[in-house]
Design a binder for this molecule. Structure first.
Ligand code: GSH
Length: 265
């Protein structure tokens, strides 16, 4: 690889990128009207690790008998840049899935960031978050841990292991080290208790399973289970399999996304 000389001021070199390309600016790139259905919740998302957190949560709420957790779910094709359409950016100015609208409130409530969405739903229905201060705080500790730690796995390890144009030792060593440290932390934690935050299944399990459970089961990056020697994390694997068996988790993964296209300008 050619030696990189640091310029004094970084310049964006790809100014002709298409509508889905990375840009150093935020905001809507084009007008796009999103469909709105009848259900109380309108979810604009995709079946990625961050996206499945929300469909799993909504399915868990429905399995617990929460009728007001009905939702319509629409496919936001991030490879085609749908996250930069005007209606989506109105809901989530950060242009990333998942984005949820609670239209049972007047005015409607817009919710973005998967952790914020899980917390909103848990608090709204008093489910999947313990009421006592110790259980609630431990759940939030691990929920925030996932949101802060996950990008080292997805944007770091996963990017350089699976998507970078060629293998590069420095970033792969750096992010594999951190990913394995996180896996060891979860494995040690799950040796002591059945769920991440204690004795009960919570939104922390949903957030963490969607990344680390799927990684442990070999469902995120082809060949990574061998590369990371996942089999050494036996408590994590047992927990991952147990959560994968939950009917609501299966439903959350299989949900059919509606197209946003009919209403596109
Ligand atoms: N911290 C955010 C991350 C969301 C995120 O990174 N979403 C990705 C898909 S998993 C996305 O929309 N990427 C599109 C893009 O970066 O343009 C969350 O937890 O909701």
């Amino acid at each position: 690889m050619a030696k990189y000389e640091l310029p004094n001021v970084w310049q964006w070199e790809d100014e002709n990128s298409n509508r889905s390309g990375n840009r150093p600016t935020a905001g809507a790139r084009f007008e796009q009207t999103l469909p709105v259905g009848e259900a109380p919740f309108q979810l604009y998302s995709l079946g990625t690790p961050n996206g499945i957190k929300v469909t799993i949560m909504l399915e868990e709420l429905k399995a617990l008998g929460v009728e007001d957790a009905d939702y319509d779910v629409y496919l936001v094709h991030i490879g085609e840049g749908d996250q930069f359409g005007s209606d989506f950016v109105d809901i989530n100015p950060n242009s990333k899935i998942p984005a949820l609208v609670d239209q049972s409130q007047n005015p409607r409530v817009d919710i973005f960031e998967s952790g914020s969405i899980l917390l909103y739903l848990a608090e709204k229905f008093n489910k999947l978050i313990p009421a006592d201060i110790h259980g609630r705080t431990e759940t939030l500790n691990w929920l925030f841990w996932q949101i802060g730690s996950g990008p080292y796995v997805g944007g770091g390890f996963g990017h350089f292991f699976a998507y970078a144009p060629e293998p590069m030792k420095y970033p792969i060593d750096r992010f594999t080290m951190e990913t394995k440290r996180q896996l060891d932390l979860l494995d040690q934690t799950l040796a002591k208790r059945p769920y991440v935050a204690g004795d009960t299944y919570t939104i922390a399990d949903i957030a963490i399973w969607s990344w680390y459970g799927r990684l442990a089961l070999g469902d995120l990056y082809e060949g990574s289970d061998k590369f990371l020697n996942i089999k050494e994390y036996s408590n994590l694997i047992e927990w991952s399999e147990r959560i994968a068996d939950r009917p609501a988790v299966k439903k959350g993964l299989e949900v059919e996304y509606l197209s946003i296209d009919e209403e596109t300008d």
